[in-house]
Design a protein around this ligand. Structure first.
Ligand code: NAP
Length: 457
């Protein structure tokens, strides 16, 4: 069939109908880019959770509140009459790929990267070893992790990887309850952390300081904490003149300066220490004989001529009883959507899903887990530019059931309890007022059943 969609859209017979799957930053930025475009459009943004905002609510560290202020702009997008939020709708079950094709002229998949990469070393599944993703979901009150019992009995914690997520989890572990009080950390995590006996956190970089992925502002925070001080071994951050001259990236240069400052500091004798370690790789997580983490064996590395880490055969054991691997997120395939297993992303070319007219992708599930929240704005705008071009060129298939009422009727018939943006605003108001009564920015509702009880009047 030729595409009456573009004809209809351009003649105004009916608007272009777009489904966005996933209400994190890339999904909302995609909706924003569509309504800023030149075609009349209706956009339905779906999420499997009742709450919108994805990683801004469940990934960004609870003490980094300024990053979360982007939600003010997100609210504006959802308040536009052309955009609806349909929460608590799972793609693949509540709404299948066939349903989407029947009800929308185009779809943009923006589901992020919900899983994580593994280390592939012995002991990774011992009790006390988990992904930073799981730990982050727990302290941010993600409904899938809220029921998880997290026993914080470790005095030593090893965090593997030197990206910003590694810094987030390490900082949350060593902050005092007073430092965490002003954050929007979930109440269950605040009380568990209050009783945490943690003394030493080792952040482990397999390469050198000039290759670390974290950013300088986040690194500096370790020098400003109430009860914790940074520890850096000068030998591990020493660079030859050639290595120093090879650092062209300004962030990496500044990182090295901050690390040198940390290394030069006299110990202050604070109760907790964060050790920033470089040129070390975990090779085994040790068992206490009862299935619990009892230590981490690490091998010293050197860098080869291409800048890759190579083991030297020298080992040491860190007395850690908890291990958080923070070596990157990984995308998960959606039912009936082509997936590139190797890269962990939807198979796509510049955001057009391969071999699927009318299907697009943006954000981490398009390009992999990199960049900050704002990076997704351009990523989504680039994808939407192609979508709108395809609509204008008559390259979109046409949905037969093309009204909001059709979608509502389908979901109602399936017994799906759709959570609207107005419902979310009711939950949001409740969280803010309950939080403020405790002197906190918000008190998160963490259980899905409770979320669904907060409804617009
Ligand atoms: P990331 O920045 O990609 O860092 C991953 C780290 O894991 C790298 O240091 C990497 O080292 C290391 N790694 C990978 N495989 C390893 C292995 N097998 N053994 C040891 N180390 C290994 O990922 P992320 O920390 O998950 O962050 C994801 C994105 O979110 C990033 O763009 C980050 O900046 C962003 N983010 C930003 C903020 C913020 O702005 N405050 C907060 C959180 C996250 P190699 O370089 O050697 O591979």
């Amino acid at each position: 069939m030729t595409s009456p969609t573009s004809t209809d859209s351009s003649t105004g017979t009916r608007p272009l109908r777009v489904a966005v799957i996933g209400s994190g930053p890339s999904g909302i930025y995609a909706a924003e880019a569509i309504i800023k475009g030149d075609l009349p459009a209706e956009i339905d943004v779906f999420d499997r959770l009742p709450t919108p905002y994805g990683l801004v609510r469940y990934g960004v560290a609870p003490d980094h509140l300024t990053i979360k202020s982007v939600t003010k702009g997100f609210e504006k997008t959802f308040q536009d009459p052309r955009v609806r939020f349909l929460g608590n709708v799972e793609f693949g079950t509540d709404l299948t790929h066939a349903d989407v094709k029947a009800h929308y002229d185009a779809v943009v998949y923006t589901v992020g990267a919900s899983s994580d990469r593994r280390l592939g070393i012995p002991g990774e599944d011992l009790r006390g070893s988990m992904s930073a993703t799981e730990f982050v979901a727990w302290y941010n009150g993600h409904p899938d992790a809220a029921a998880r019992e997290m026993v914080l009995t470790a005095q030593g914690v090893a965090v593997v990887g030197v990206g910003n997520v590694a810094l987030d989890v390490a900082r949350i572990l060593v902050k005092t309850p007073e430092e965490l009080h002003g954050s929007d950390i979930a109440a269950h995590a605040l009380s568990a952390l209050e009783h945490s006996p943690v003394k030493d956190v080792w952040i482990l970089g397999r390469r050198g300081p000039a290759q670390a992925a974290f950013t300088t502002k986040e690194l500096r925070e370790f020098g400003e904490l109430d009860a914790s001080e940074p520890v850096v071994n000068p030998a591990e951050i020493a660079l030859t003149e050639a290595e120093e001259a090879a650092i062209t990236d300004n962030v990496k240069k500044k990182n090295v300066e901050v690390l040198r400052d940390f290394a030069a500091r006299e110990p202050e004798g604070k109760d907790r220490r964060v050790h920033l370690r470089f040129l070390v790789s975990p090779v085994e997580i040790l068992d206490d004989g009862q299935g619990n983490v009892a230590g981490v064996r690490v091998e010293r590395n050197r860098l080869d001529e291409r800048g890759n880490a190579v083991g030297t055969g020298e080992y040491e054991t860190l007395p850690a009883q908890m291990v958080l691997r923070s070596v990157g997120y990984r995308g998960v395939a959606l039912p009936d959507v082509p997936f590139d297993e190797k890269r962990g992303v939807i198979a796509n070319t510049d955001g057009r899903v391969d071999g699927r007219p009318g299907e697009y992708t943006a954000g981490w599930i398009k390009r992999g887990p990199s960049g900050v929240v704002g990076t997704n704005r351009k990523c989504a705008a680039d994808t939407v530019a192609l979508l709108l071009q395809d609509a204008r060129d008559g390259r979109l298939p046409t949905a037969p059931h093309a009204t909001r009422a059709d979608v509502d009727a389908l979901l109602r018939a399936r017994g799906v309890d759709v959570y609207t943006f107005a419902d979310w605003q009711a939950m949001d108001a409740h969280e803010v007022s309950t939080g403020q009564a405790q002197g906190r920015p918000r008190a998160k509702v963490v259980h899905r059943e409770e979320m669904l009880t907060h409804r617009a009047k």
